[in-house]
Each structure stands twice: as structure tokens, then as C-alpha cells.
Ligand binder design. Structure first.
Ligand SMILES: [Zn+2]
Ligand SMILES: [Zn+2]
Length: 158
């Protein structure tokens, strides 16, 4: 099953063979700015299941200042239309795809909300999905407690 995706202008297009997940809706301040919404839905896809079909040369990246420690928050985007885009990274076996770019059903549904303490006041979570704060998602992913210095304030836009 091949699922295609593209940016707003169509200059950059890609396809995936399979969406492995997770499928998270991230409400962190940075994802909110990138998406312009109360959260950004992103789907995890293994690198071997992803390929560009056009326009990779149109992609530019913005690297936000590191808040705690590397890796930095990197935003790949189309230099023509500004859509956020996926971009494989040598450091990871998976990449994150902004779900709204897909042109067909990836076959999986969102499985959790993360960074829920950053949800803007004008929105609320009305589904039954599990919710994770910064502290909880860190523990979920690493098995460790949040190191000192990770605070909501630091995570905010600076
Ligand atoms: Zn574009
Ligand atoms: Zn985020």
C-alpha cells in the first residue's frame, strides 16, 4: 500500500509504504507555531518506507535553538509554499510526517496527545486518547525521570 503526500504547491512530493506509528498530536509551543494550530499531528514512518518522488531540492530547514540538549528541533519546509515537510535524518531510523500532508488514509489513527500542558486556552481535548505532559512523555520514551532544568518555562518560545 503506497500512500502519497505533498506540500501545498505540490512541488515536493513523497510516498510511504507503511505508517508504523506512533501517531502523536503534539501541542508543544514549537509544533503549534509550525502548524498554526493547537497541535500538530505527526506520524512515525521507518526510513526504508519513505521516499521523495519530486522536489527534494526545494526543501529548506530551520533549526531552532536547543532548549535542553541535542538533537535540535528542526523544521523542514517547502521554500515555495512554506508547508512543513518530512526529512530523513542520518541520526534516526524513523522520521516524522506531518499527517495533514498525506493524500490518503495512512491506516492508523492518532494514539496520544503529548505536551498537553501547552494546549492553548481556546482549545480542549475532547477525545479519549491518552495524554502525556512533557514529564510523562519523557519518562514514557526514556524510562527515566525528567532531568533537572527541564521546565515548562524553558520549553516555551524564546
Ligand atoms: Zn510547496
Ligand atoms: Zn512538538
Amino acid at each position: 500500500m503506497t500512500i502519497t503526500g505533498s506540500c501545498l504547491c505540490g512541488g515536493v512530493s513523497f510516498e510511504i509504504d507503511e505508517a508504523s506509528g506512533p501517531f502523536e498530536i503534539c501541542h508543544c509551543n514549537r509544533c503549534r507555531k509550525v502548524s498554526g494550530g493547537s497541535g500538530m499531528p505527526v506520524i512515525g514512518v521507518r526510513k526504508e518506507h519513505f521516499r521523495f518522488t519530486a522536489g527534494e531540492e526545494l526543501i529548506r530547514t530551520y533549526t531552532a535553538p536547543v532548549l535542553y540538549r541535542p538533537p535540535a528541533y528542526i523544521v523542514p519546509f517547502c521554500s515555495v509554499c512554506g508547508s512543513p515537510l518530512p526529512l530523513p535524518n542520518d541520526d534516526f531510523d524513523e522520521l516524522e510526517i506531518p499527517a495533514g500532508l498525506l493524500d490518503a488514509d495512512p491506516g492508523i489513527k492518532p494514539d496520544k496527545h503529548i505536551f498537553v500542558e501547552f494546549l492553548p486556552q481556546w482549545d480542549s481535548i475532547d477525545d479519549d486518547l491518552p495524554t502525556f505532559t512533557l514529564e510523562q512523555i519523557y519518562k514514557h520514551r526514556t524510562g527515566n525521570d525528567l532531568p533537572p532544568g527541564f521546565t515548562r518555562k524553558q520549553h516555551g518560545t524564546s
